[in-house]
Design a binder for this molecule. Structure first.
Ligand code: ZN
Length: 265
């Protein structure tokens, strides 16, 4: 049985058209608010899980080391993930595992930070970092169109430290905590499902980034392979239904956790 807590690491803005792809604006605006410039506010809701032996982080937010370079995303209220971990009464050195849904900068930027001299350091030096093998291959040599989503400074220091394990298959990582791999948004995205006292909780990452993306055809234009996104989401929703699982949405600024039994579609 796992205990858990959502760690909010900040918000940013993304164009609503990009977030909802083929869905017309008049339709998506009924499900997800936008500002006068049609931009949606997106959250970065990481999860901290723990039991008697392990302390596990799911995603690490954008981090705070290079926000100037990313100013076009209008990040606000960003909090370093290590500060969030400390508030939850754990030291960063106590974190045993970091499971990264994928390596886009808004999900893994907190894996590294800079010291006062500007030197890059690994934020959770004792933790094993888990990444999909095909995701890591993609990170090393991305397509030109996806390249701006990856930043070497976010994860290369971790990979070079040797504290990384690449996942090739769906598996039970620890008792009561399973990981599965999904393509579509980007190759080899990890989805985590774990047993908590009230039942199974799933962290779908960008397979279902907000509650508004629940319907199969609501696919972000950022997804590199939308047909695979559709299939990945359909398979995941089947699993959620079977297990009566609750969902924590990484990017939803308004609904951080939801019980899918209450969703109509
Ligand atoms: Zn994302």
């Amino acid at each position: 049985m796992w205990q858990y807590q959502v760690l909010k690491t900040g918000f940013f803005r993304a164009d609503g058209g990009a977030m909802f792809g083929m869905i017309p604006q008049r339709v998506w605006q009924r499900r997800y608010r936008a500002d006068a410039a049609n931009r949606c506010i997106l959250a970065m809701n990481c999860l901290l899980l723990w039991n008697d032996t392990r302390v596990i982080l799911l995603d690490t937010g954008v981090g705070t080391k290079d926000l100037g370079v990313l100013s076009s995303y209008h990040f606000r209220d960003t909090e370093d993930i290590a500060a969030g971990v400390r508030k939850a009464r754990f030291a960063p050195e106590q974190v045993t595992d970091v499971v990264l849904s994928h390596l886009h900068f808004d999900h893994c930027g907190g894996c590294t930070h800079k010291d006062r001299a500007g030197k890059l350091l690994v934020t959770f030096p004792q933790a094993m970092h888990w990444v999909g093998e095909s995701q890591f291959t993609n990170y090393l040599s991305p397509h030109t169109l996806e390249k701006s989503s990856y930043r070497p400074a976010d994860f290369m220091p971790v990979a070079e430290s040797g504290r990384m394990t690449l996942l090739r298959d769906d598996s039970e990582l620890y008792p009561g905590l399973r990981v599965s791999l999904h393509d579509g948004h980007t190759p080899g995205q990890i989805v985590v499902a774990f047993k908590a006292s009230a039942g199974t909780v799933v962290f779908p990452g960008d397979v279902i980034p907000t509650k508004a993306h629940w319907s199969g055809e609501w696919i972000s234009a950022y997804d590199t392979h939308p047909l695979e996104s559709f299939d990945a989401k359909a398979a995941l929703k089947q699993q959620l239904k079977k297990e009566n699982a609750a969902v924590v949405f990484y990017h939803d600024a308004y609904t951080e956790m939801y019980d899918p039994r209450l969703l109509k579609k």
